[in-house]
Design a protein around this ligand. Structure first.
Ligand code: COA
Length: 135
């Protein structure tokens, strides 16, 4: 009746913008929900909320610092209500290597920190995820 599929997405695994040195640490700290869907007959009963909460809990236990998704603009409010921050652009603060910026014409990015050392700052209107890598 519902599914949440989680795993690294293309830019994390093969994206040339991420320095090779940082790829493994990033893959250990961010995970990506590639699919969240509930069968039409079962919607609006809290199933997606429960699936996402369980996913967050499992990812937290596994040591991930943040969960990221891509979504259609009309779902911004849906994710906001579940504690996510959505924007056209999402930046990862990879100091001292700089920022890694994701943007996509079709999708919005949404993100939720899962660990106390990870937080979101807003820079020029876009969220920046900090604290992912050891300082
Ligand atoms: C989006 C989707 C996953 C929501 O599933 P769901 O089980 O109906 O969602 P929930 O019942 O857990 O809803 C959680 C909250 O979000 C709200 N919500 C649900 N769908 C929403 C929508 N489309 N827009 C805005 N808010 C929405 C609910 O009212 C609920 O709020 P509440 O807790 O204050 O009552 C489901 O509509 C779906 O499968 N859509 C098609 C696939 C899709 O678009 N997936 C997202 C890909 S990123």
């Amino acid at each position: 009746m519902g599914v949440a599929r989680c795993g690294p997405t293309g830019w994390m695994v093969t994206g040339t913008e991420i320095p090779d040195l940082l790829r493994r640490p990033i893959l250990r700290r961010i995970n990506y929900v590639g699919e969240l869907a509930v069968a039409p007959d079962h919607r609006n009963r809290g199933i997606a909320r429960a699936l996402l909460h369980q996913t967050e809990h499992d990812m937290c236990q596994a040591g991930y610092g943040a969960l990221v998704l891509g979504h259609d603009r009309h779902l911004t409010r849906f994710y906001q209500r579940l504690g996510y921050t959505s924007a056209r652009r999402l930046a990862l603060d990879l100091a001292p290597w700089g920022h890694h910026v994701r943007s996509n014409r079709r999708w919005w990015h949404t993100v939720k920190p899962l660990a106390p050392e990870v937080s979101l700052r807003t820079v020029y209107g876009s969220p920046v995820l900090t604290g992912l890598l050891p300082g």
